[in-house]
Design a protein around this ligand. Structure first.
Ligand code: AMP
Length: 289
């Protein structure tokens, strides 16, 4: 496995791969790799001849007062893990190479970014779509892999690729969880043992929602209130948002129909965690209780 930190070197490597006819898969990450990231990498390896994993804690997607400085970083450990997953290149550029002096170009995807984390973290998705566009231009992958864990991000990237005719296939990979249900996240290391236990309300509340929908509940607000009840029963949990939207345009729905996304953001102390559930609901599945 090769470690590349220069943008020009990355472009040259990718160009050579394309010249010899290799397909390239890209897995964008912020590093501090865990099994969720590794699942994306293995999926990429199954589908592409060469796999590039980018590791870049992108300052542009962090707001003032967020955890840009504290975000965990360990390139040595990440390199070993990526190597074991069959990755060909880790691309870990420096901030000044990605955003040199005078940098002025940004990519913004409207509407799909109106709600959820788009509303809770102003400027966040502008940072994400800008860096992902740059990574796409640098690597020019055939396929890029993103986790369902960041459901709104995935919907926004799909929209961007379609709207801007980027010609890159986007593969979404299901959420990887701990045995007890907590979705894996690099930010889980921030949690104290008490907060780690409390964080189980995320997956528990989604499980409750799933049960309600299976019983025929189709009214979004009622499901939302039940989720809120489960989360609020945990004293260490502070809700940022609980929302039910359609999974493509990420707009609030009143009744569950088609592919719906139930998305949560909850704080435990200083740590903000997200989780979600995608449900395909046919109109006949739900009825008024
Ligand atoms: P991050 O390093 O947190 O920016 O994540 C990089 C990629 O890994 C994103 O596409 C995430 O959605 C994905 N990812 C993070 N955690 C998980 C998880 N638990 N399961 C599946 N994918 C994940």
């Amino acid at each position: 496995m090769r470690l590349i930190s220069s943008v020009n070197e990355m472009m040259a490597w990718a160009k050579e791969q394309r010249r010899v006819g290799h397909t390239i898969g890209l897995v964008p990450t912020m590093g501090y790799l865990h099994e969720g990231h590794l699942t994306l990498m293995r999926r990429a390896k199954e589908n592409c001849e060469k796999v590039v994993v980018s590791i870049f804690v992108n300052p542009l997607q962090f707001g003032a007062g967020e955890d840009y400085e504290e975000y965990p970083r360990d390139l040595t450990r990440d390199s070993q893990l990526a190597d074991s997953a069959g990755v060909d290149v880790i691309f870990a550029p420096a901030v000044k190479d990605m955003y040199p002096k005078g940098y002025s170009s940004f990519v913004e995807v409207e509407q799909v970014s109106d709600h959820l984390c788009g509303a809770a973290r102003p400027g966040h998705f502008r940072g994400v779509t800008t860096v992902v566009s740059k990574l796409f231009n640098i690597v020019r992958p055939d396929i890029a892999f993103f986790g369902q864990k960041d459901a709104q991000q995935l919907a926004i990237i799909r929209r961007m690729v379609e709207d801007l005719n980027m010609g890159i296939a986007i593969v979404g990979v299901p959420i990887v969880r701990e045995a007890d249900g907590l979705a894996l996240s690099s930010r889980n290391v921030y949690l104290s043992p008490e907060e780690r236990k409390a964080a189980l309300v995320l997956s528990q509340s989604l499980k409750k929602a799933k049960e309600l929908i299976a019983e025929g509940e189709g009214e979004a607000e009622r499901i939302r209130q039940e989720i809120i009840k489960v989360i609020e029963a945990e004293p260490l949990a502070n809700i940022d948002y609980v929302q039910i939207v359609d999974n493509r345009f990420i707009q609030p729905v009143e009744r569950l129909e088609g592919e719906c996304l139930i998305a949560l953001a909850v704080r435990f102390g200083k740590t903000r965690l997200i989780d979600n559930l995608v449900m395909e609901v046919s109109p006949n599945d739900s009825h008024d209780a």
